[in-house]
Each structure stands twice: as C-alpha cells, then as structure tokens.
Design a binder for this molecule. Sequence first.
Ligand SMILES: [Zn+2]
Length: 145
Amino acid sequence: MPERCAECGAVLSEGSTCQALFEEFLSLEYTNSAYAQVHFLTVACFMIQHERYSQEALVWIQSTLRIYLEKELTGQQLRQLAAKGTVSATRTWKVIRQADAPSLPKIAWSMTITDVAQSIHDAERYCEQVKQWAHTTLRQMESVH
Ligand SMILES: [Zn+2]
C-alpha cells in the first residue's frame, strides 16, 4: 500500500521515505558533477517541504530562491549568494527549526521529492526536475505568506 509522507504529502512506494530519497540525491550530487549543479536547490526544497528551516531561515531561503530563479543564476553564482547567508560568523539566527517553534501553514505541495526521483538516472532531466521543483515550491510558499 502506498503511503503518504506526513510532512510534504508525497506518495511513497512501500518501504521508501523522503529522507531516504534525499540521501540518495545527496550522494549523487556529492559524487557526480552533472548532478552537483542543483545541490543548493535540492537541499532548499527538501528542507522547506519538511519544515526543517527556522522562521529566519525561511525568509532567507525564500529571497535567495527568488533571486536565483528570477535572474537564472549559474550554479557558481548561486553558491556565492548562498555562502553569504550561511556564514555562521555573520549570522545570529539558527537555520534549523526548533521543536517548540510555531507550526507552519500546511501547503499541499504540487511537486515533491518523489516526482524528482523519477528522473534520478538521467542527470540532465534530473537537474530540470529539481529546478522545476524549486519554482513550484517557491510559488506555493509565496502564495501563503
Ligand atoms: Zn516528505
């Protein structure tokens, strides 16, 4: 029986979890440069849809994603932009959401990690799907704030 992820609503095949898919994506991105270019987006989408970001991190990631997607930055430019927000010496807030943080409005995500997982064996298609995932996630995020 297919199950749904309690956090992002993805329909999961038996025995599969979003976390396991995420780890599979990360190991590909760490070892294969064709996949690495979308690494920032993969992490951002997963963290957003699984409510892992603190309120401050959400604000930051939302504006970073918007800049990236509007200006169509390259992977290199994005890394520079991302580095500015994640250098802990200049940042006083926490990235990870605390257990006692108020819950976020539920969003019925129209695209989840399982959609991207269909394309895991084709780097070009995978990158397109991750970008699409980022576009969709940002658009849905903005529609509730
Ligand atoms: Zn999930």
